[in-house]
Design a protein around this ligand. Structure first.
Ligand code: PGA
Length: 249
């Protein structure tokens, strides 16, 4: 376990600016600053500025965007770039989330381009990897995750690799109420750590988070699992009370 546990809230397509304002007011009221952990919110892009303004003065809370495009500007209707996200207050960006891969058909190569452009504009990429149920049942989970990891960081300069975050999110665990067991999470985290070490010596400080049906009930046992440095939470972060409880774990 790295020194500071990490708690990331992925709001997905929930909480526009009005709801985001109410959410942040409630969350900041009940969650006092904790200097021993990293907490970050990933609201929808349209709510980024609202969350940024709401957390003003709370340097313990970081801000991220859920997706960026792989180019920095131009005729790409509907997309958001890394420099725009940074300008709007984001410090982090989720890349290769399972919904981006499986709903929007993002490939490993597109993920690699997004991972590579993020740090050029001051954003920390959070590279999400994870196998489907079918891949797990075919005993291909490790192979798939290693491929996503290796290609995902392939366009990064070697010295930048220690600055990323990795999230292991098995697709079958996301939004299903069926999280990985602490043992399953540990064993994949170990493989990811070894691969990172082999690809980039000096990357031992890269936090490896677990995501997929993390809740107030299982957060503690998952965070205690060997090699789990933090959690990436979807459904259970949507109400501020539940999220504050998880962040106090
Ligand atoms: P979940 O989502 O907590 O609802 O399973 C996690 C994620 O998609 O990051």
């Amino acid at each position: 376990m790295i020194q500071r546990p990490v708690f990331f809230a992925n709001w997905k397509m929930n909480h526009g600016p009005t709801e985001a304002r109410a959410y942040m007011a409630a969350f900041l009221r009940i969650f006092s600053p904790h200097e021993d952990r990293t907490v970050a919110m990933f609201p929808p892009a349209l709510s980024l500025a609202t969350v940024r303004d709401a957390r003003a003065g709370r340097t313990d809370i970081q801000l991220g965007i859920q997706n960026i495009y792989s180019r920095d500007r131009g005729a790409f209707t509907g997309e958001n770039s890394a420099p725009m996200a940074r300008d709007a207050g984001a410090e982090l960006v989720l890349v290769g989330h399972s919904e981006r891969r499986h709903v929007f058909d993002e490939t490993n190569l597109e993920v690699a381009q997004k991972v590579a452009i993020a740090p050029q504009f001051g954003l920390t990429p959070v590279l999400c990897v994870g196998e489907t149920l079918q891949e797990r049942e075919m005993d291909a989970a490790e192979h798939i995750v290693m491929e996503q990891l290796e290609i995902g960081i392939s366009a990064l300069r070697k010295e930048t690799i220690p600055q990323i975050v990795v999230a292991y999110e098995p697709v079958w665990a996301i939004g299903t109420g069926r999280s990985a067991t602490p043992e399953d999470a540990s064993s994949m985290h170990r493989v990811i750590r070894e691969k990172l070490r082999a690809l980039a010596p000096g990357s031992d400080g890269v936090p490896i988070l677990y995501g997929g049906s993390v809740s107030t009930k299982n957060a503690k046992s998952l965070l205690e699992a060997d090699g789990v440095d933090g959690v990436l939470v979807g459904s259970a972060c949507l109400d501020p009370e539940g999220w504050a409880e998880i962040c106090r774990t």
